[in-house]
Design a protein around this ligand. Structure first.
Ligand code: 13P
Length: 234
């Protein structure tokens, strides 16, 4: 399974080093694929077997894009994994589908592992199922869903950081729809916690989780990785 942590705008570089040291201890005997996305200023060369990914980068090698980082900055730390389409970038930072697709195309050309996020806001969830699926399908416009280095993360916007989680049946249903679109591994994200991760990982077509706030506690994240190992040995 794929167990990923999106640390968002948390943990300084020094705190991330402590985090990665602790995490390395617990992944040593794990068979899970673990990915951590530190804050941009915490990107570094970490002494770890865990994959380090970027939460964002501009689709350019380098240049005049104030406040952004480019391919060159990722290459310095041998980073080959990137998160694209996260709802916070879509809704808070205003990234359009067109721009997201441009970013996807650029990093695909560079051979990056792309964790591509989709998910609906509450008003769409509360409309009909058809509307919800149409909304999510639109988030795939311009995206090569058969890219062989792709991971998809389904993250309902209303479940992110709220403690609210869809029912397991809802997750099963939407994941089975998404599996028709792509054969890529499919993660669930949105209020994944130590107390629900085991159940979520057992839902059909859930290939892993993308964890935000709960992953800030390295012991919680380690517990989740341990649960995934246990489930694989049942
Ligand atoms: P929370 O786990 O805090 O809900 O965040 C999920 C997320 O956005 C991961 O990318």
């Amino acid at each position: 399974m794929i167990i990923a942590a999106n640390l968002k705008t948390n943990l300084t570089r020094s705190a991330t080093h402590d985090y990665m040291k602790e995490l390395q201890r617990c992944v040593q005997n794990s068979t899970q694929e673990v990915i951590v996305f530190p804050a941009t200023s915490s990107l570094d060369c970490y002494d770890t077997t865990v994959t380090i990914g970027a939460q964002n980068a501009y689709p350019v090698e380098k240049g005049a894009f104030t406040g952004e980082i480019g391919l060159e900055h990722l290459q310095e730390f041998k980073i080959k994994t990137i998160l694209i389409g996260h709802s916070e970038r879509r809704h808070i930072l205003g990234e359009s589908q067109e721009f997201i697709a441009k970013k996807f195309h650029y990093f695909k050309e560079q051979g990056f592992r792309i964790v591509y996020c989709v998910g609906e806001p509450l008003e769409i969830r509360e409309s009909s199922k058809d509307e919800m699926l149409t909304y999510i399908h639109k988030q795939f416009e311009g995206i090569d869903t058969e890219y062989n280095n792709l991971i998809i993360a389904y993250e309902p916007v209303w479940a992110i950081g709220t403690g609210k989680v869809p029912t397991f049946e809802d997750i099963r249903e939407i994941h089975s729809e998404l599996k028709k679109k792509s054969s890529a591994p499919l993660l669930y994200g949105g209020s994944v916690k130590v107390n629900n991760v085991k159940d979520i990982l057992q839902v059909e077509n859930v290939d892993g989780v993308l964890v935000g706030s709960a992953a800030l506690y390295v012991d919680h994240f380690c517990t989740m990785i341990g649960y995934a190992d246990e489930l694989e040995h049942i």
